[in-house]
Write a protein that binds this ligand. Structure first.
Ligand code: C2O
Ligand code: CU
Ligand code: CU
Length: 515
């Protein structure tokens, strides 16, 4: 049976190659489904076994030693390097890592602390580190051309900044990011707020991702499927939670936990089912706590997004259940003929269940950004085909090399209407600034939240409001399905002070994938 499936897979692959020049849109969509189906077919034979066995892990993330005696300074060494990691018992892969682990170390500090990172690149390719969601000066944003030169193999760079806001953030490269993030380069970045008054028994940082492995256990070619694969946004075939495929985690029934969750996958949306009769209480979003909490039957996170949730596992002591990752419809090929699977299994400790207590009430005063005098900006995400029928994405009708940067002045407020005419969803991410999402009538969506990434659903639009403070620079905005960014959904906002020259543009702006 497995042999037959693999043969079909190989035939599909050949077909993708030879018919690339004659496909029309509809045929293409079918192929997208087929292409995205390939990894699942490969992974299917061993997935169920991995799901029900294996040791119980504690899911803790690696940490990194602090070289600085000053309690308000965290000074660390961070090295990007290829390292062998174990994604499930006996299953090892040479991934691209920070400090040899997948994910990289959890960087944790208190709001207002200073971070100094001595970064070294030991990868066979240039790279940088981008601090996703942090409101930093442009020089620390990790974008070649706009912030710094790319760090060549063997090169170093020192990142040095103060963390301005509490919340869960993350770090990843900004050079060939679809490949590099897909190979394993990401880590969580947690900024604590000492003034928080609520307490729960346990806290976990959960890094959701996936990795694309070949049958031989190597890393899949990040260009597989050509421009069709790009148009879809290639997903990894192996789900990872804190770097582990289908881990089993021990918890105590009735004891509330706080989960800080980040979706670090290069394309995959996660749609987590909390389990029978359980709900998530969501208290925070990308930029820290939100105005008030929401009760959720499922938790959806687009690539790049974060959530802060309370979770109370409830089941008979000694039993086990799965936190299921449902398929999320992000466009053609994302749900058709695919199967969903558990992200991880919760093993109830064999101790008497605790009677669950109501979740603490958590609120935060957030002011709606004033829209008075705001500049309207229209951004349209489209898709088009070249003469050879290969696909490319467009912003306002222009391919990547021709997209003019947006302009903004320090102190300006802008209202972006982002329209998506394509058959796939696009989580738009803006570097360096938080925004608020508006409803169809232009009122801020409640509860109020600080966002840096929001999904623009297929054939739909999203409106957001952003105020640019006094940090001039060219700040990228792009789809966080990283294949889409490199395929054309990527540009920058050139933010200047009046009377000063416009800041330099990112080099990726014109050469997205050039090494
Ligand atoms: Cu997390 Cu430019 O991105
Ligand atoms: Cu970012
Ligand atoms: Cu996209």
């Amino acid at each position: 049976m497995a042999q037959e499936l693999l043969a079909t897979v190989r035939r599909m692959r050949t077909r993708v190659r030879t018919r690339r020049f004659i496909i029309n849109w509809l045929v293409c969509c079918a192929l997208v489904a087929a292409t995205s189906e390939l990894p699942r077919l490969q992974a299917a034979p061993d997935a169920p076994a991995a799901q029900s066995s294996g040791p119980v892990t504690d899911l803790s993330l690696p940490t990194v030693p602090d070289l600085n005696p000053d309690p308000r300074i965290l000074e660390i060494n961070l090295t990007a390097e290829v390292a062998r990691v174990e994604v499930s018992p006996g299953r090892r892969v040479d991934a691209w890592t920070y400090n040899g682990t997948l994910p990289g170390p959890l960087i944790r500090l208190t709001v207002g602390d200073r971070l100094i990172v001595h970064f070294t690149n030991r990868l066979p390719s240039p790279t940088t580190v981008h601090w996703h969601g942090l409101r930093l000066p442009i020089q620390m944003d990790g974008v070649p051309g706009a912030s710094q030169p790319q760090v060549e193999t063997g090169g170093t760079f020192t990142y040095d900044f103060v963390v301005p806001d509490a919340g869960l953030y993350w770090y990843h490269p900004h050079v060939m990011s679809a490949a590099q993030v897909g190979f394993g380069l990401y880590g969580a970045f947690l900024v604590d707020d000492p003034s928080e008054t609520f307490k729960v028994a346990e806290e976990r940082v959960l890094v959701l991702s996936d990795i694309d492995l070949t049958e031989q256990g190597g890393l899949e070619d990040p260009e597989t499927g050509g421009s069709t694969g790009m148009a879809f946004g290639r997903e990894g075939n192996t789900l990872l939670l804190n770097g582990r495929n289908h881990p089993r985690v021990s918890m105590r029934s009735g004891v509330t936990q706080r989960w800080r969750v980040v979706n670090a996958a290069k394309s995959r949306f996660f749609n987590l089912d909390p389990g029978v009769g359980i709900r998530f209480t969501k208290i925070g979003d990308d930029g820290g706590l939100q105005e008030y909490s929401e009760e959720l039957e499922s938790l959806v996170l687009a690539p790049g997004e974060r959530a802060d949730v309370f979770y109370t596992p409830t089941a008979k002591p000694g039993t086990e259940y799965g936190v299921h990752a449902y398929l999320f419809d992000r466009g053609f090929g994302s749900v058709e003929a695919r199967q969903s699977e558990d992200l991880f299994e919760i093993v109830m400790a064999d101790t008497p269940a605790v009677t669950p207590q109501p979740h603490p009430r958590v609120t935060r005063a957030i002011e709606a950004i004033s829209q008075t005098g705001a500049t309207p900006v229209a951004i349209e995400f489209g898709i088009d085909q070249k003469e050879d029928k290969s696909f490319y994405y467009t912003i306002n009708g222009k391919p990547l090399a021709d997209i003019p940067p947006l302009k903004a002045a320090v102190g300006e407020t802008q209202i972006w209407k982002v329209t998506n005419t394509t058959p796939w969803s696009h989580p738009i991410h803006l570097h360096g600034f938080f925004f608020q999402v508006l409803d169809k009538d232009g009122r801020p969506r409640r509860p109020l939240k600080w966002k840096d990434t929001v999904s623009v659903p297929l054939k739909d639009s999203v409106t957001l409001v952003v105020r640019f403070d006094d940090r001039p620079g060219s700040w990228m905005y792009h789809c966080h399905v990283l294949d889409h960014a490199e395929g054309g959904l990527m540009s920058a906002v050139q933010l200047s002070r009046p009377g000063e020259p416009a800041p330099p543009l990112p080099s990726e702006h014109t050469h997205p994938a050039s090494p």
